[in-house]
Design a protein around this ligand. Structure first.
Ligand SMILES: NC(=O)C1=CN([C@@H]2O[C@H](COP(=O)(O)OP(=O)(O)OC[C@H]3O[C@@H](n4cnc5c(N)ncnc54)[C@H](OP(=O)(O)O)[C@@H]3O)[C@@H](O)[C@H]2O)C=CC1
Ligand SMILES: O=C(O)CCC(=O)C(=O)O
Length: 425
């Protein structure tokens, strides 16, 4: 029997610390009461479960899984499930709070949650992943529910895992409940457009930021860190809008070509190469650290948190950062980036396209209907652009960064909803 120990919690530069620093700054500007501060800060519910799973070699491994429901003030909680070796409870707490703020920024009727399991999907077979996901679903039967808490994919998970979750949940309830999870395969009630939705929202946010900076997409260059769901779709859709993608990366390294990389070709290469860009020939191999410092107009961190810190923020040359990942910039880098005059479209705005189309999926499941792709794209693009404009206006009004403005918009919305609900007891 083996116990898979979760990643240790770092004292500093951890996502929870970064989230709290921005939250505190926004709360100060809004002048929120002490009572409200703690109502918004403390997660509504946190669950940790031990998950014994029989591995292919017959050995039992015990994994630790989490679900944190940060808030249900705006509606049932919503947020993805992450499978990654670095998962720990603090990371999930930060990610859950970001979901609350994200749903509020794009104005969808959800609270925020996140789940995670400390595991390494790259070292697990499909059968092991399935047993782990089913064990997690059973452990969370009382937490999940189409009117309570609705999971979705995040790093290391996708439609396949969501299908297992839906199946296990439905079996336990004795009926098909497809609205319990979003990001499902199309045949199980998944929505058209969900797979590419987060990358599409990144593209819409990038174009909105470029317009403010008067950058012509046809003359602009970009580098994208992370080539999974968000990074590959973000890069592809930006390229379709005329942007030259000079850099791409995954865990194997970064790939640079100043004349531009054909993103479709890179995706085909990755798909045929066991999911990795390793050995990609149409570009020079550089490091992920070098990719962040490339002389490009737009930088899209779309891999993981805390990749831009006070140690490397000074090297960034991009004029615009569009945060595809959750928490890619640690709070210690904010001042440096602001002093350099770099515009940052923050995570809780830039990557909200995914949860927006998840919301559409949930609505379609509940009314038993399927919308066409052009309708979904039109609506989600509109919602992303409206959210960008609202955050931009708020930043002008308060003289603050887009990041702080996004927190102000979100916290104000959740706090005033709480007051209207009369929840002071
Ligand atoms: N999926 C979604 O709808 C949403 C995702 N997000 C956020 O976007 C980010 C990415 O998620 P998603 O695309 O779904 O995840 P995936 O697992 O599909 O992809 C993650 C990508 O990041 C790469 N990566 C991991 N670590 C590093 C590193 N140290 N340096 C460079 N690249 C690295 C991975 O490389 P490799 O494959 O080689 O391991 C992979 O290409 C996460 O922060 C997630 O929370 C936010 C909103 C919605
Ligand atoms: O699609 C969803 O419901 C949530 C996606 C997610 O986890 C995120 O936006 O970080």
């Amino acid at each position: 029997m083996t116990y898979i120990e979760p990643a240790p919690i770092k004292d500093k530069e951890n996502p929870l610390e970064s989230m709290m620093q921005r939250f505190d700054a926004a709360v100060k500007i809004l002048g929120i009461s002490d009572e409200m501060y703690y109502i918004l800060k403390v997660p509504a519910r946190q669950v940790t479960v031990g998950l014994p799973v029989t591995m292919d070699n017959g050995q039992i491994k015990v994994f630790e899984g989490y679900r944190v429901i940060h808030s249900t003030i705006l509606g049932p909680s919503k947020g993805g499930i992450r499978f990654d070796p670095a998962v720990n409870i603090d990371e999930v707490r930060a990610l859950a709070a970001w979901m609350t703020w994200k749903c509020a920024v794009v104005d969808i009727p959800y609270g925020g949650a996140k789940g995670g399991i400390a595991c390494n999907p790259r070292e697990m077979s499909a059968g092991e992943m399935e047993r782990l996901m089913r064990a997690y679903t059973i452990a969370m039967l009382d937490i999940f529910g189409p009117d309570k808490d609705i999971p979705a994919p995040d790093m290391g998970t996708g439609p396949r895992e969501m299908a297992w979750l839906m199946d296990e949940y439905s079996k336990a309830k004795g009926m098909t409940v497809n609205a319990v999870v979003t990001g499902k395969p199309l045949v199980l009630g998944g929505s058209l457009g969900r797979t590419e939705a987060t990358g599409r929202g990144v593209m819409v946010s990038a174009l909105a930021g470029m317009e403010k900076l008067r950058l012509n997409p046809y003359r602009a260059t970009a580098a994208v860190q992370g080539f999974g769901n968000v990074g590959s779709w973000g890069a592809k859709l930006l390229q379709e809008k005329g942007v030259t993608i000079c850099g791409l990366s995954d865990i194997s390294g970064a790939y640079y070509n100043p004349r531009g990389i054909d993103v479709e070709k890179a995706i085909a290469y990755r798909n045929a190469n066991n999911g990795t860009l390793e050995g990609f020939k149409d570009a020079e191999l550089i490091t992920n650290e070098e990719l962040l410092a490339l002389n490009v107009d737009v930088l899209v961190p779309a891999a993981k948190e805390d990749v831009i810190t006070h140690e490397n923020a000074g090297n960034i040359q991009a004029k615009l950062i569009v945060e595809g990942a959750n928490g890619p910039t640690s709070a210690s880098a904010d001042d440096i980036i602001n002093q350099k005059g770099i515009m940052v479209v923050p995570d809780i705005l830039a990557n909200a396209g995914g949860v927006t189309v998840s919301y559409f999926e949930w609505v379609q499941n509940r009314i038993g209907y399927k919308w066409a792709l052009d309708r979904i794209n039109r609506r989600s693009d509109r919602m992303m652009k409206d959210a960008f404009d609202n955050v931009f206006e708020t930043s002008q009004k308060h003289g603050v960064s887009l990041r702080l403005a996004a927190y102000i918009v979100a916290i104000d919305k959740v706090a005033s909803t709480y007051k209207f609900r009369g929840g002071y007891g």
